[in-house]
Design a protein around this ligand. Sequence first.
Ligand SMILES: Nc1ncnc2c1ncn2[C@@H]1O[C@H](COP(=O)(O)OP(=O)(O)O)[C@@H](O)[C@H]1O
Ligand SMILES: [Mg+2]
Length: 363
Amino acid sequence: MKSIQLQHIQKSYGDTEVIRGIDVTIEAGEFFALVGPSGCGKSTMLRMIAGLESITAGTLRIDGVAANELKPSERQLSMVFQNYALYPHMSVEKNITFGLHTKGLTKLEQRERCHEAAETLGLTDYLKRKPRELSGGQRQRVALARAIVTEAPICLMDEPLSNLDAKLRAKMRSEIRQLQRKLNLTMIYVTHDQVEAMTMADRMMLLNEGEVQQIGKPLDLYNKPANTFVASFIGSPPMNLVPVKRSEKGFVASDGRQFQPNVMTTVETATLGVRPEQILPANEDVTFYAELKNIEVLGTETILAFDVGGVEWLAKWPGQWPLSIGEKVACYIDPKQMSLFDADGERIEPRHPKLFEALEVFQ
Ligand SMILES: Nc1ncnc2c1ncn2[C@@H]1O[C@H](COP(=O)(O)OP(=O)(O)O)[C@@H](O)[C@H]1O
Ligand SMILES: [Mg+2]
């Protein structure tokens, strides 16, 4: 098991800054997801760690040792790409052992490692086949097996599941996670899919335009998004947001709807955020009435769409709700569940009123 430390890592292509100073330590044995929209710099970051791309500034350490100048083969890592390009004319077995000849292993040792990896991944019956005689999922497993046989303690994966259909992706997510645990790998897993990051990772880092937005456990990002970008990237559907202004009672949206978030702050304008499942059907207390614009009854849950301050909000209610479009529904939001973001989109942390008063006096 090896740790990986990034210290002020930067990458520029000419004048274009692609990675803007990343600091993070990935612990030995950790499953770390690197997530963000297309073009934010995920592959560039991974390729720098792998040694396939030079590092413009900053220090990369692998197990404490400066690794910027190490060759890829000296970094003790394996890599699985989105386009895992198997050799079509070679058997599955040859494909799996292809990289091993450089490691000075005997034919017998190579075969042993291959059979062990094939066993782990359920490929034993397919070793004599050619890649074209495999399904998409089996081909993906061959690519994984190729990484495993190297027995490298660090594994880097760049969107390895994006060529698979949704059902197979869900299955492979779980297989990769189990494999990582079993082999005790330090894993850096790149994906643009927040669901993959949320479900697989011990910790994750969300990038946007080469800048770190937040690093933490999946539920840290979900429950306490550091800014409006994180709030709207994480979650399905993502957090509902609406611009609000200070009012006598709390905050008011452009349509006159009032909110009283349990957040002490002096800001005049803000963005209010609420997760879809935190907008509940009202019993006694009503936060607002909303005219139903659309409804999706999914069986286990119902998604309701309505307008709040000129923005479409989605609510997620458990169960099946046979409501009609145009109907007025009464909604309740626990004030503790409302997030507030300042004019720069940064999260305003809820404070205890007493502490808040003290700070006011102090200022
Ligand atoms: N060789 C290159 N020369 C110039 N720009 C590049 C090069 N490689 C990547 N980029 C740019 O760097 C940014 C990040 O790319 P990439 O790391 O591939 O993003 P991601 O993997 O998150 O989709 C993109 O804007 C891309 O156009
Ligand atoms: Mg990429």
